[in-house]
Design a protein around this ligand. Structure first.
Ligand SMILES: NC(=O)c1ccc[n+]([C@@H]2O[C@H](COP(=O)([O-])OP(=O)(O)OC[C@H]3O[C@@H](n4cnc5c(N)ncnc54)[C@H](OP(=O)(O)O)[C@@H]3O)[C@@H](O)[C@H]2O)c1
Length: 289
């Protein structure tokens, strides 16, 4: 199987590059060989590598900055994705694309299923939804995997921030009303790896949008407590108390949905497995398997 992976330097791409070689012939492309801000350059790249599977781990992920440069966010998260999907269709390749819980407005009050209507609140979320729609429009075979609250020991994420804050401040205040499915990047990569071990024709047959994130939901406050409980160097912490707060206490450029907890049962039923509980992801990331 020939696999083309776009993006190796982000949280997920870094993990995927380490897992995928066992599956076949892997081509990995990143800056400067690809630039998703130039969507028209991508179809030829796809054609030249004649992939059976394309995995897109590239995205414009800066939720706040997207509000001030929406055109770039749209080109990277929607236009480029449409170009890749169209090329995938022409090549007969399966596209594995990653989307987000932020396509929802967070007002449902119970876990979102795939058939729930999206209602993105900000530019990042709107461009990610436009990426999903661009894939659907081409009619290519795809697994569009909506994930949430990704973290790893690399990049810019909540886990690394909490560890840093706990070393700098005596009091931490974390939102207890902002709820999602914390997802370890290495576990998401593992699920993609395992999924791609299934026969390609079965994956193509089950083409569609799926929710795939850490099992169970948590607030930022609960996630913060779990991170600090699993801190491998607790002696470095200076924090004395961790207090629940309201998301509204932390205004940001982009509006964020409050409760985007997702139901991942469809993915589990169709493909026969699911992600471990979110607490296990935190433990494995910080303390190892
Ligand atoms: N992080 C989360 O909490 C979260 C939650 C839900 C869904 N997701 C989705 O999950 C996927 C993986 O997220 P992640 O956290 O691994 O993202 P990430 O760490 O931000 O990685 C994204 C990668 O895309 C690259 N990139 C951005 N613009 C590019 C361009 N014009 N051309 C080529 N490469 C470009 C980035 O490079 P530079 O860093 O050099 O720009 C980076 O390496 C994304 O689709 C994201 O939308 C993430």
């Amino acid at each position: 199987m020939r696999i083309l992976l776009f993006g190796k330097n982000g949280q997920l791409g870094w993990e995927l590059e380490r897992k995928l070689p066992d599956l076949g012939e892997l081509t990995v492309l990143d800056y400067p060989k690809i630039d998703f801000n130039q969507p028209g350059s991508l179809p030829e790249i796809v054609r030249n590598s004649r992939p059976d599977v394309i995995i897109n781990a590239v995205a414009y992920t800066n939720v706040d900055k997207a509000e001030i440069e929406p055109e770039i966010a749209r080109r990277v998260n929607a236009d480029a994705v449409g170009e890749i999907a169209s090329a995938a269709r022409q090549q007969g390749a399966l596209l594995v694309h990653i989307s987000t819980d932020y396509v929802f407005d967070g007002c449902k009050g119970s876990p979102y299923v795939e058939s729930d209507l999206p209602n993105p609140l900000g530019i990042y979320a709107a461009t990610k939804l436009a990426g999903e729609e661009a894939i659907l429009q081409t009619g290519c075979a795809h697994l569009t995997l909506r994930t949430a609250w990704l973290y790893s020991l690399r990049g810019d994420n909540f886990l690394l921030k909490v560890l840093k804050w706990a070393r700098a401040y005596p009091v931490l205040r974390l939102a207890s009303d902002q709820i999602g499915n914390p997802t370890a990047a290495h576990l998401l990569a593992e699920m993609i790896f395992q999924t791609l071990q299934l026969p390609l024709k079965d994956l193509i047959e089950h083409s569609g949008i799926y929710h795939l994130a850490g099992e169970g939901a948590a607030s930022r406050y609960e996630l913060g407590l779990e991170i600090l409980r699993n801190d491998p160097h607790p002696q470095e912490q200076v924090v004395q108390s961790i207090l629940p707060a309201l998301a509204a206490d932390f205004p940001a450029q982009a509006e964020r949905p409050l409760n985007t907890s997702m139901d991942c049962n469809l993915f589990c039923q169709v493909f026969g497995f699911g992600l471990p509980h979110w607490t296990e992801g935190v433990r494995q990331t910080l303390l190892g398997a």
